[in-house]
Design a protein around this ligand. Structure first.
Ligand SMILES: Nc1nc2c(ncn2[C@@H]2O[C@H](COP(=O)(O)OP(=O)(O)OP(=O)(O)O)[C@@H](O)[C@H]2O)c(=O)[nH]1
Ligand SMILES: [Mg+2]
Length: 239
């Protein structure tokens, strides 16, 4: 609980068998997290055994993809404040407290992994990914005249339930670029948001998306296209 509000953390999982148990322990150790929903998205065999007995609730989402998993997790969560994260060892449990501190003034708190001093040694945030995320985030910031944005790929963030309820019916993307779709909906709905720097560590196990520069580039292109088409829709008053 945080100031009488119930806190839910959503962990989509696909290939995090080696790290998921320690991630659950680390996030519960904050003392603020009431519920962890693990969304098993056809995850590696053995994942359920790792989750068993941790106190997290495991649910199964058969539709493949990061967006599908996260949307299912949010539908299942019962908290007043919904926190997204990844159970791959990259995010630090105590950063939950930073998100919560800002939740008093904002409907949505985005994370950024582009602050040099918080990128841990070995983290997958080299020049290409850092500049790419920054550039696409700036495109979003400038086209929509938003507060400061520097990362479109950060998968740790907080949404108030009231904010989630205002945008949930308009989620469409099942794949990896669901994160920016959610950002664009937050912007278009004129919700109050802020972006804050989070720690970013090296991943335990193998990345299936941004570990491959070509896949990262394609993902960046899809995100850019989504931002431009959403701006055009906004211009013509199309929801
Ligand atoms: N690749 C992939 N990830 C999924 C899927 N469903 C859920 N996820 C989750 O999406 C998140 C991102 O996947 P990662 O493999 O860590 O990709 P990434 O975050 O780009 O890679 P890192 O930056 O190295 O962590 C993880 O939490 C996965 O568990 C899916 O179908 N495919
Ligand atoms: Mg990851």
């Amino acid at each position: 609980m945080w100031r009488n509000e119930k806190i839910s953390v959503i962990f989509p999982t696909y290939n995090e068998k080696e790290s998921i148990r320690s991630a659950i322990t680390e996030f519960f150790a904050t003392g603020a997290v009431d519920e962890i929903i693990v969304v098993n998205n056809n995850a590696a065999p053995g994942t359920s055994e790792e989750v068993c007995g941790t106190g997290a609730r495991e649910i199964f989402e058969p539709v493949q993809g990061y967006g599908a998993a996260l949307q299912r997790g949010m539908r299942e969560a019962t908290g007043d404040l919904l926190i997204w994260a990844e159970p791959d060892g990259t995010f630090v449990g105590r950063d939950v407290m930073k998100l919560l501190a800002y939740s008093e003034d904002f409907d949505v708190v985005f994370g950024t992994r582009t602050s040099n001093v918080l990128i841990w040694s070995g983290a997958n945030m080299g020049w290409f990914l850092r500049v790419g995320n920054y550039a696409v985030a700036k495109l979003m910031e400038w086209l929509f005249n938003t507060p400061f944005l520097s990362d479109v790929g950060c998968t740790m963030r907080l949404l108030r339930r009231s904010a989630y309820d205002r945008i949930r019916d308009r989620f469409t993307i099942k794949g990896s670029h669901f994160g920016p779709e959610c950002m664009l909906l937050v912007i278009r709905e004129k919700l109050r948001f802020i972006e804050i720097p989070l720690n970013y560590r090296s991943r335990i196990g193998k990345s299936s998306v941004t570990g491959d520069p070509f896949k990262s580039f394609i993902l960046g292109c899809r995100m850019t296209l989504l931002i431009i088409t959403t701006r055009l829709k906004a211009l013509f008053g199309i929801r």
